[in-house]
Design a binder for this molecule. Structure first.
Ligand SMILES: [Zn+2]
Ligand SMILES: [Zn+2]
Length: 496
């Protein structure tokens, strides 16, 4: 866990004194209806007392915790809910560093992020991960880092600037802000028993941390079971109800995502709303959010609103973005609920369905109000060579496609802002690819994989990065009749 914030053990003497009425709290909030995600119930009139950034008292009457210097917030008519957790996301997808991302999402009520900085790992390796880690740890919210597992994601076929191996993973597991291994994207490698992939997961499990999964295939046969046996504890790549059910049945957490490009909640949430499965092993996340989505639509608040609009009980949705996620990463006693000892991350909202984010506290500090950021999100002094690590020649002409794709049947696997809006839904693309820069991202892999299995319309044309087209060769029997790989006209990014 991150160190600058005092540990629960260090705070316990004061928390006990406040809860017992022997010492004044720093903050008391009263009058609200408290959403208890531990018991899944609403508790009208319950009050909270906060000290040292943690909940000291949670109960019907906190008046004995009020003393000299205690700030008292009256919240009649509002709901007090835990701060939201994004269980799987990439800061780089926002085209931001951790400080900028934190500043963007705090007004939306996200107070904990589980970040996999694998895009920067592709370019700068362990050094880049450490820089992201070090900026994340400065933030007023909990930006928890995973060590990227797959740079490159298709070894031997990509031109990444750095290759992660098990020694890097083992080293990162000793850093204070690392909580596990980032998504294990090389699922063919795991299934085939690739020693390096298994060694990375072993280093994580030996450190007592969580292995993130990424099984981007509709094949739920032996390959899927082999992947589950390898150690991946969650997976966000499911797109169908049966994908979510299969993961939960194997003891994995099904992460349902709504990002800028991913729309996988609606199809899978029926595992709970229709089939009635126990929701405790389901988690909501974003995976990839462009900064435009953050500004115009929101972050985890957007995911919750969507899940509720899909028929999910608001309290269950809240559990899937708070306590379920914290429990999955072994952090349930540290954050994710309004309960004694936990980080005082909380939101006041006047509507559990529409979820207007009216006030946000992180670690007991008011960090946003009415959509305005009130906290400082400190930045690292990023080294000059890192700031100049992308050297792209300007494309000679806009667009990367030498010929227009068939109407209504094109898609892009790139990670650029343009392509993030062009992900096909149910096999159809909403617009044509207008990506003008080289893109090098494993997202193309999952798209192509799905289309190979028959999701794409026949004759679909796929504009992909040079890397993704290389990945196309990694699997047997690519259905060439269904896919045309079009590489970028500009030069690929050069890593230092
Ligand atoms: Zn993934
Ligand atoms: Zn991801």
């Amino acid at each position: 866990m991150d160190q600058p914030f005092p540990s629960r053990a260090d705070c316990a003497p004061r928390l006990v004194a406040v809860a017992a009425g022997r010492a004044p709290a720093d903050l008391v909030i009263r009058g609200a209806t408290l959403a208890n995600v531990q018991s899944r119930e609403l508790l009208p009139g319950w009050q909270v007392a906060v000290a040292q950034g943690r909940f000291a008292y949670v109960g019907p009457d906190a008046s004995h915790c009020i003393g000299e210097g205690t700030e008292v917030v009256e919240a009649a008519g509002q709901f007090l809910i835990p701060g939201l957790i994004d269980g799987h996301m990439h800061v780089e997808s926002g085209m931001l560093t951790p400080a900028g991302f934190c500043a963007a999402v705090l007004p939306h009520g996200t107070t904990t992020m589980v970040c996999d900085p694998h895009e920067i790992a592709n370019v700068l390796g362990l050094r880049g991960v450490r820089l992201m880690h070090d900026e994340a740890i400065l933030q007023p919210a909990s930006m928890l880092m995973q060590m990227p597992s797959c740079a490159p994601s298709a070894p031997g076929l990509e031109t990444t600037g750095f290759a992660i191996d098990e020694t890097h993973v083992a080293e990162a597991m000793t850093w204070p802000g690392i909580i596990g291994l980032g998504e294990m994207m090389n699922f063919p490698g795991v299934v085939a028993g690739d020693p390096r992939m298994l060694a990375e997961m072993a280093a994580t499990m030996r450190a007592g941390k969580t292995v993130g999964g990424h099984y981007a295939s509709p094949d739920l046969g032996p390959a899927f079971h082999a992947y589950a046996a390898g150690g991946a504890a969650d997976d966000h790549e499911g797109t169908r109800e049966e994908d979510a059910v299969a993961r939960v049945r194997q003891g994995m957490r099904a992460m349902l995502r709504l990002g800028s490009a991913w729309h996988d909640v609606e199809a899978q949430i029926t595992a709970i709303t229709r089939r009635g499965l126990d929701p405790r092993n389901f988690i909501l996340c974003t995976d990839d959010c462009h900064s435009g989505t953050l500004v115009h639509e929101g972050h985890m608040d957007r995911v919750l609103r969507h899940a509720i609009a899909c028929g999910l009980d608001p309290l269950v949705a809240l559990q899937m973005a708070t306590v379920n996620t914290a429990t999955h990463f072994g952090l349930e006693r540290e954050l994710g609920s309004i309960a004694p000892g936990r980080r005082a991350d909380m939101i006041l909202t006047s509507d559990l369905r529409g979820l207007p984010i009216e006030r946000v506290w992180a670690r007991g500090r008011l960090v946003a109000e009415g959509g305005r950021l009130l906290a400082d999100c400190p930045r690292l002094d990023w080294p000059q060579d890192v700031r100049r690590s992308i050297r792209l020649a300007r494309p000679s002409r806009p667009g990367i496609s030498p010929s227009p794709p068939p109407t209504g049947a094109s898609a892009c696997g790139c990670a650029s802002s343009a392509s993030s809006r062009t992900r096909p839904r149910r096999g159809r693309c909403r617009s044509t690819c207008r990506c003008g820069t080289a893109s090098w991202n494993r997202k193309g892999m999952s798209h192509i994989w799905r289309w190979w299995n028959g999701t794409a319309p026949a004759g679909a044309s796929v504009a992909v990065s040079s890397q993704a087209s290389a990945i196309a060769g990694a699997w047997p029997s690519p259905p060439a009749s269904r896919m045309t790989a079009i590489t970028c006209s500009s030069r690929a990014p050069t890593a230092i």
